[in-house]
Every structure is written in C-alpha cells, then in structure tokens.
Ligand binder design. Structure first.
Ligand SMILES: [Zn+2]
Length: 140
C-alpha cells in the first residue's frame, strides 16, 4: 500500500498528492504548477525562495532553510504550548508571528529576568508562605 498525502503549494495554491516521505525527511523541489520551490517536511508543504536556493551562496541557503523550518517548528510548539497552558494570548501572538521576522526568540530568558529570579524569587523558595503563594492550589 502506498501512502499519499495531500499537499498544497504555498505559492500558487495548486493541490497535489505526493508519496509520503520517510519520517524525518526534508524534501525540496519545484511546484509542478508554478515552478516555485517548496520544502516538504512532516507532511507540510512550506514555501522556500527559489532565488535564494539558486544563489549558490551556501550560507544564505542554509539560513533560509533553517528559518523556514524553524518557523514551522515554532508554530507547532506554540500549538502545543496553547494546549498545555491555554490560548488566552494566542490572538496577539499569531498576529506577531505573521508579521515579525522570526530571528529573535521571544521566550529567551533575559539577564534581568535571571537577576530578578536570583534576587527575589529564589530567596522566597524557602519561605513556606511565599511558596504557597506561588504554587497555590485551586481546589479550595
Ligand atoms: Zn505552485
């Protein structure tokens, strides 16, 4: 039995079916309809820039592909995070994701976050009252 997956070209919207690639495979090729390049990854069809791929510049190609794939992974991680903690912030973060360049990690712990933790929260861990305030149970 041959497993086929439906894919849609992110450039022109053409629909097609491809043989399901081996797990973990990253396949790059041109759309048969518009001839723009796409990358097939985890059953998803992602747009890549043909100009960059044909530029012959190793560094630029590497960075472009990494960006396309990391965008995809970030979206998936965000979905999972929403499942875990709820999606009350999803509206604003979705807007940001589609417009912002994804070069900066929003979730990075800054030095000031760290200092705040060391100076205030870390000291409170031994304080039973503060501990209860932080890890409050909702069942009463
Ligand atoms: Zn296309």
């Amino acid at each position: 039995m041959i497993n086929l997956i439906d894919v849609q070209c992110p450039h022109c919207g053409a629909n097609g079916q491809i043989m399901f690639p081996p797990i973990g495979a990253i396949i790059i090729g041109p759309c048969p309809q518009c001839n723009e390049y796409v990358v097939i990854f985890c059953g998803q069809c992602l747009a890549v820039d043909k100009k960059i791929l044909n530029s012959g510049q190793r560094k630029a190609i590497e960075e472009h592909l990494f960006m396309v794939l990391s965008d995809f992974i970030r979206d998936r991680v965000e979905d999972i995070t929403n499942d875990i903690v709820g999606s009350e912030n999803s509206a604003s973060s979705e807007q940001n994701d589609s417009t912002n360049l994804p070069s900066k990690r929003k979730t990075a712990i800054t030095e000031s976050d760290f200092m705040h933790f060391v100076q205030s929260e870390l000291n409170s861990v031994d304080d039973p009252q503060a501990f209860r305030d932080i890890f409050k149970k909702n069942d009463h």
